[in-house]
Write a protein that binds this ligand. Structure first.
Ligand code: SAM
Length: 188
């Protein structure tokens, strides 16, 4: 089984007009994806941001719930937030995985629309891939209007969108990540 990691990418991501931007970390994304990572026994949840002030914000959130007042009130939340690692870029997440696992991860991008010019993996294909290998996997989720084109192009694989033909396809990254993970490694 592939050791599985997720990353929430705040740069480079797309703006509505297609330009590349950096988005702000949101408290909800820190908590919800950490709870998801802990629930599915992921190895770690990387928060990717090049902005020092944002890294410090995440450190403060983790500190509060891991050893501060929050830990006393909701101890299980600290357990979830213990999965959080803040890194400046996707490469740093890959290096951290290589240090822990002894090999670089396979990087799999996600998105609400099928990638241009390359065939996406179905959930069944990727679920089988994860079962069949011990190579670590890093699953990338975007913010803003999605992962920047260069991130998708440089990924080793791209996962098919959830409900690609839906007339309305604007899932939050928290909802999308939950559906994706359950389809890949859920109990169903
Ligand atoms: N329109 C954006 C896009 O094309 O990805 C949606 C951005 S959404 C707010 C942020 C992230 O949630 C996406 O980068 C992707 O990781 C995930 N996401 C959103 N909808 C998804 C879907 N239908 N299937 C898979 N992932 C999705």
């Amino acid at each position: 089984m592939s050791p599985l990691y997720v990353a929430l990418v705040h740069h480079p991501v797309r703006a509505r007009d297609g330009s590349t931007i950096t988005t702000a970390v949101t408290n909800l994304d820190v908590h919800d994806l950490a709870r998801l990572a802990r629930t599915y026994d992921l190895r770690a949840y990387f928060i990717v941001t090049p902005i020092e002030a944002q890294s410090s914000l995440v450190d403060r959130i983790v500190e509060h719930w891991h050893s501060g007042a929050g830990a006393k009130r909701v101890p299980e939340r600290g357990e979830a937030l213990a999965t959080v690692r803040v890194v400046t870029d996707i490469g740093a997440a890959c290096e951290a995985i290589e240090q822990r696992e002894g090999r670089m991860p396979r990087v799999v991008a996600t998105g609400a629309r099928p990638p241009e010019g390359r065939a996406p993996l179905s959930f069944l294909e990727e679920a089988e891939n994860l079962q069949a290998t011990d190579v670590p996997t890093l699953l990338l989720f975007g913010t803003g209007h999605g992962l920047a084109r260069e991130v998708v192009d440089q990924a080793d694989a791209v996962l098919a969108p959830v409900r690609p033909d839906a007339s309305y396809n604007h899932l939050s990254v928290r909802t999308a990540a939950a559906i994706v993970l359950d389809r890949l490694i859920g109990d169903g």
